[in-house]
Write a protein of this length. Structure first.
Length: 538
């Protein structure tokens, strides 16, 4: 049939994709292997918990089938929405394309490549959660005392997951194609990505994510998707499952899944072969002179512009800066629950913003240069100019943001004016100091090897040593300057030392800035010396 992938070619491509993925997994660092192991332990624990809940639920269902109520239809709705959403997201991000795509497309038809991606992606996406649910199905069957419920539940689960996956894949591929065709998206993709991430965090922190998810679940629950429950419960006494609905949803799965495969082929072909989105090149990457040269000096400004340009071209390499953002969850959640800015939020956000500013461009100064490092160190740029450019690149972007956050949260929070003033001073001074500390630490622990960010994207990111040492040093210094601006902390220290809270605010700021400044001086000298020594040693 036209548009249907060849199963032999598709299987070979899927096998190769999984083998490449396995090889990349084995090549990961020890820390990444530990993270994978923790995820595996979490999955095992989740499987045990879900299975026990399913066993108890099976017993309760047999005793009183009516007590389940809407839960019977909610389970397949939740599985369907989650599978479709995750598939669409991951397809748009990575599953919908393949490494060395041009090589594949010159040897086999595009539909066979799509077939391979569908098979490999199915194991990656559906395999994440279907296996625990299969075990949970056995628990439900055991709890209900109906062994035949297990194979029917697995059949329903497999049909539902497969159908949702084959709807989500072409949807994700279509989103990737449409975004790729938009010059606006291509030009502002970094800002749009940050905005989307912040919107997600806003929904998460304010516990309003259900406002978005609930309508989708309700609509799905009211659709024939709920009929998968009839298939799973067909042999359970008192379930009032309809054999007609079970047969209809099974037949519908075959039809929808087939259409999903054809749609996946069609959308992927359009995405791969239609290359008109960026036919008009833009000359926006030139780094000419201007006020930045006058402010920093030509060579220092060149280093700063280079850092910004690299980040704009490959923003994924800065994703590590967002990792600690979840430490803000508790203070933001407390503020949301209280209905106002709580006392700990301004200091916490200011500290994080300053930390993130320092980590932006300075935490791996030598490793970020990659293959052009020999060119950089022989270009006439001194160590002072190189480090100064990295610090400026971070501070010029992060300081205004840190200042705005500190001022806004401080004014609207329950802080006295002197604490707000101290936070504002910290917001102005700390980002530059943080970037200097990061440069010195990163120069001592450089990382030149690329790390897999996604299946098809690699980037050179700072080493774990740089990340950890920089964070500890910065928290032990800058943390003093911001931490004492919380009235509770200032009150406790003031009572312990027998001084007023005002003295604690000002003294804590001075001590924190002094320690952070000392660390920055030592770190900056180390970064400059390391760069200059590299130039000398070649």
């Amino acid at each position: 049939m036209p548009g249907v992938p060849d199963t032999g070619h598709a299987a070979s491509i899927a096998y190769n994709e999984l083998r490449v993925g396995w090889r990349k997994l084995r090549e990961k660092s020890l820390a990444q292997h530990i993270a994978v192991g923790l995820v595996a332990v979490l999955v095992v624990g989740m499987t045990a918990g879900v299975t026990w809940a399913a066993y108890v639920g099976g017993q309760a269902f047999v005793d009183d089938p009516g007590a389940a109520g809407d839960l019977v239809g909610l389970v397949p709705a939740g599985i369907g929405v989650f599978t479709l959403t995750m598939t669409a997201y991951l397809t748009a991000l990575q599953l919908g394309d393949i490494d060395v795509r041009d090589g594949y497309l010159t040897t086999v038809p595009a539909r066979d490549v799509v077939g391979g991606l569908l098979a490999a992606g199915y194991l990656r996406v559906v395999g994440m959660f279907v296996s625990p649910l299969v075990v949970a199905s056995a628990g439900f069957a055991a709890g209900a005392g109906v062994p035949l419920a297990f194979p029917l539940a697995v059949l329903a689960l497999g049909a539902l997951a497969t159908t949702a996956y084959l709807v989500g894949f072409p949807a994700g591929a279509a989103v990737a194609y449409l975004l790729g065709q938009s010059e606006f998206v291509d030009r502002y993709k970094t800002g749009l990505g940050v905005a989307a991430f912040l919107a997600y965090l806003a929904l998460l922190f304010t516990e309003t994510l259900d406002v978005v998810v609930a309508p989708a679940l309700e609509a799905t629950q009211a659709s024939p998707v709920a009929w998968y429950a009839d298939l799973a419960l067909l042999t359970v006494p008192g379930a009032e499952a309809s054999a007609l609905r079970a047969g209809a949803v099974l037949a519908g799965s075959v039809v929808v899944a087939s259409l999903g495969v054809l749609a996946s082929v069609r959308v992927s072909e359009r995405r791969w072969y239609d290359d008109t989105a960026h036919a008009t090149p833009r000359q926006t990457d030139s780094a000419g002179g201007g006020r930045l040269d006058d402010l920093l000096g030509r060579r220092t400004a060149w280093v700063a512009r280079k850092s910004w340009l690299r980040a704009r071209r490959a923003p994924v390499k800065l994703v590590y800066v967002t990792y600690p953002i979840f430490v803000l969850f508790a203070p933001i959640q407390n503020s949301v629950d209280a209905g106002h800015v709580t006392a700990t939020l301004p200091a916490t956000v200011t500290l994080y913003a300053a930390w993130a500013t320092g980590a932006l461009f300075s935490l791996n100064p030598l490793g970020d240069e990659g293959a052009v490092l020999p060119v950089t160190v022989t270009s006439g740029v001194s160590g002072r100019e190189f480090v100064g450019g990295l610090v400026a690149a971070s501070a010029l972007l992060g300081t205004p943001v840190t200042l705005a956050l500190a001022l806004a949260l401080g004014v609207f929070g329950p802080l006295p004016p002197v604490a707000v003033a101290c936070l504002v001073v910290a917001a102005v001074v700390l980002p530059g100091l943080a970037a200097t500390v990061a440069a010195g630490v990163g120069a001592s622990f450089p990382k030149y090897e690329a790390t897999s960010i996604t299946r098809s994207r690699e980037a050179v990111v700072p080493s774990l040593w740089s990340f950890g040492v920089y964070t500890i040093v910065f928290l032990l210094s800058a943390g003093v300057a911001t931490g004492v601006q919380s009235p509770a902390v200032a009150g406790a220290l003031g009572g312990l030392l027998g001084v007023s809270e005002t003295v604690v605010y000002v003294t804590g700021l001075a001590v924190g800035l002094l320690v952070a400044g000392g660390a920055a001086v030592l770190a900056g000298r180390n970064a400059v010396r390391t760069f200059d020594d590299y130039t000398t040693d070649g």
